[in-house]
Design a protein around this ligand. Structure first.
Ligand code: GRF
Length: 203
């Protein structure tokens, strides 16, 4: 399976996928990495791995719809079977989802539907939950709302702050993401969640 991975940050989830993909038995290869901003650690990791990269920045477009269409075009160039949003901090719009909905997955550092959005770890701490975790889910038009594929719990310690808790969640998150992508790559696109179709609709 061909993977395009989208990032906005350090790219440790991307790195976990790159490491997994170095084993041919894993059944997937990262064919390109895209970002929504310059200077991300994720794109630097991709460059070190010799992979094609692209950056599609929202401020370079007159409106969100045109950014969304340009992102979809940039992703489509690499003919992915699966798009992985791995710490990509933007909401996908209708043009992107028309082409890649049903075969775009996202990883989120909380047990959805609890704590969607960009501040999931801080909000879990503020709420005082004793168990949080991570979720890998299909992407739809909402903020972290698509059908859940896999989740794993992480206990909140008495002395955790946002940084220590997020780091522990990320360790689990990387493993879970690698497992899910491997499973989707091996089992093909017909075995997945009830409400989605992984069939390529437009390319
Ligand atoms: C992950 O926890 C992801 O779920 C969140 O941001 C983090 C990205 O980490 N949205 P990295 O860039 O993969 O290291």
């Amino acid at each position: 399976a061909r993977l395009v991975v989208l990032v906005s940050g350090a790219g440790t989830n991307l790195q976990a996928l790159l490491d997994a993909c170095s084993d041919p038995a894993y059944g997937a290869q990262v064919v390109a990495v895209g970002a929504d901003r310059d200077g991300t650690g994720g794109v630097a990791r991709a460059e070190r791995a010799g992979l094609p990269t692209f950056v599609v920045r929202l401020p370079d477009f007159p409106d969100r719809a045109q950014w969304d269409a340009a992102l979809a075009d940039a992703v489509a160039e690499h003919k992915p079977d699966l798009v992985v949003s791995a710490g990509f901090m933007k909401i996908f719009g209708p043009r992107f989802l028309e082409r890649f909905g049903g075969r775009t997955i996202n990883t989120h550092p909380a047990l959805l539907p609890a704590f969607p959005g960009a501040h999931a770890v801080r909000q879990a701490l503020d709420y005082g939950v004793k168990v949080t975790g991570c979720t890998v889910h299909f992407v739809d038009e909402g903020v972290d709302t698509g059908p859940v594929i896999a989740q794993e719990a992480v206990r909140v310690g008495w002395h955790d702050d946002e940084e220590t808790l997020h780091e522990r969640i990320k360790q689990v998150e990387r493993r879970l993401l690698v497992e899910v992508v491997g499973r989707l790559a091996r089992d093909g696109w017909t075995q997945r969640g009830r409400r989605v179709s992984m069939k390529c609709r437009t390319c």
